[in-house]
Write a protein that binds this ligand. Structure first.
Ligand code: UD1
Ligand code: CA
Length: 475
């Protein structure tokens, strides 16, 4: 290695290799470890997103166990990233895993960030510090280390002369440590920034001569130290914590939940019970919004200011405009809700729901592909599917759009100012013109002209004394 010169220029291109090949035996799962969800996203989405935020391109996930499923999940999580997948056939150690990315980075020359797919809590700031430390140094490699109370199991950062401030000489895995090396508490986080031409040449030199018979990526450090000082940044112990079993998965999820909740609270959102509030990482909440206990706000949800979200609500990929109040136990999925609406309790807004301002939907109201105009109301026990509803409409209790004929879906249109009496069935395709009334209990099968009344009920007949006569007959 000593004959090898490496060249680097400032701010050269950045790529990332993220190790996602492991099975995760201790998860006791049919599913690959990196696919287990943490706050709604697969574990491996977190380090990949951090690399993307840093500007790394391409991203090279190294897959192995359940490669196809892992690849599909990563593509779904990062639809706009430049991804090149590398396959590690057999798990022969971390150096072998990174080496399997060489083909995917054949054309690439620059800095390679190396991350683990099962370490979700790593912060962007730490990676930025790593980049800065690398740029400030002269060597081909920089790494992240952390000081642990109990370093058992981790690779130790061994410095020249065994001193704290000394240059990094190498990393020694726990199983390969001498008793003195075991006493070192500075540990290797497994996160590196490496110059690409050095990386591929050095990886080719690594041999599995160690206690575990594995190709150790950590051997890179000693090779790099021969060429120049190895820069390091120190991270918090929580950041480098991985996930090996489901207890650790829950513990990491709790930290992520706290981080996200604190970010929103500091930005002016009230969380009545942060411990039971689950907000995924790409949710936006406006100031003065209040979120009750046991609420889940899932990916892609955007909530304006002054919104109240009551206990037990679950919102997924939905938009809620300013001043709206969502009462407890309402469920939204891909819905758009305008300003100052009042929704719930127990409303269910399904995909394609679009509400204008000041719409009121009450308990047990379900909407799907329904556009509802300003100030319209459906307060109780109603299904509105494939519906276009104007402004100022009143939909009575128990109204149902019969949108499905067993083969196709059909549209119901209600004009502005329409009044629908309780227990109405609207058999689509059908329309009710502006200002028309529909009497309670009507089954609407024909279009109703504007301004008219539609009733389809049989006129009521009262048979006096009927009950007594029936009982007499029965004897
Ligand atoms: C590794 C480091 C150790 C460091 C620790 C921090 C090495 C040799 N040791 O140890 O210095 O303190 O991380 O957590 O690198 N993987 C593959 N393919 C493989 C082997 C591993 O994809 O062939 C993946 C694993 O799924 C895992 C990650 O790489 O996500 C780390 O591998 P693991 O074997 O757990 O390394 P450690 O023993 O933890
Ligand atoms: Ca590990």
């Amino acid at each position: 290695m000593s004959h090898f010169l490496f060249l680097r220029c400032m701010s050269s291109p950045l790529a990332a290799v993220v190790l996602c090949a492991g099975k995760g035996t201790r998860m006791k799962s049919e599913k690959a470890k990196v696919l287990h969800p943490l706050l709604g996203r697969p574990l491996c989405a977190y380090p990949l997103k951090r690399a993307l935020e840093l500007g790394a391109s391409p991203l090279v996930p190294v897959v192995g166990h359940q490669a196809a499923e892992v690849e599909q999940a990563i593509r779904a999580q990062l639809p706009s990233a430049t991804l090149r997948f590398a396959l590690q056939q057999e798990q022969r150690g971390t150096a072998d895993a990174v080496r399997s990315a060489e083909g995917a980075l054949k054309e690439f020359s620059g800095r390679v960030l190396i991350l683990y797919g099962d370490v979700p809590l790593l912060r962007r700031e730490t990676l930025e510090a790593l980049v800065a430390a690398y740029e400030a140094g002269k060597g081909p490699l920089a790494l992240v280390s952390t000081v642990l109370e109990d370093p058992t199991g981790y690779g130790r950062v061994i410095r020249e002369g065994g001193k704290e401030g000394g240059q990094i000489a190498r990393i020694v895995e726990h199983k390969d440590c001498t008793p003195e090396q075991r006493a070192v508490r500075e540990c290797n986080a497994g996160i590196y920034l490496v110059e690409s031409s050095f990386l591929w040449r050095a990886l080719a030199e690594i041999r599995p001569q160690n206690a575990q018979g594995e190709y150790y990526l950590t051997d890179l450090v000693e090779l790099a130290a021969r060429l120049g000082p190895v820069a390091s940044v120190e991270a918090d112990a929580t950041e480098m914590a991985g996930v090996n079993d489901r207890v650790e998965l829950a513990a990491r999820a709790r930290v992520m939940q706290q981080r996200i909740n604190e970010r929103h609270m500091r930005a002016g959102v009230t969380l009545l019970d942060p411990a039971t509030t689950f907000i995924e990482d790409d949710v936006t909440l406006g100031p003065d919004t209040e979120v009750g206990p046991l609420v889940t706000l899932a990916a892609g949800t955007v909530v304006g200011r002054d919104v109240t979200i009551g206990q037990g609500c679950v919102l997924t990929a939905s938009t809620v405009a300013d001043g709206t109040s969502i009462k407890p136990y309402s469920v939204f999925e891909e819905a758009r809700v305008g300003e100052r609406c009042i929704i719930g309790p127990f409303s269910r807004l399904r995909p394609g729901t679009e509400l204008a301002e000041e719409v009121h939907l009450g308990n047990f109201v379900e909407t799907k592909k329904a556009r509802i105009g300003k100030g319209s109301k459906a307060s109780h026990l109603t299904y509105l599917g494939d519906a276009k509803i104007g402004a100022g409409v009143n939909v009575g209790a128990g109204t149902i759009t019969c949108n499905y004929d067993g083969v196709n879906k059909h549209v119901t249109e209600l004009g502005d100012g329409v009044f629908i009496g309780s227990d109405t069935q609207l058999v689509a395709p059908v329309s009710v013109g502006d200002g028309a009334y529909v009497g309670a209990g009507t089954t609407v099968t024909k279009n109703v002209p504007p301004g008219s009344l539609a009733v389809s009920r049989v006129p009521q007949v009262n048979k006096e004394g009927w009950v007594a006569r029936k009982k007499a007959k029965q004897g």
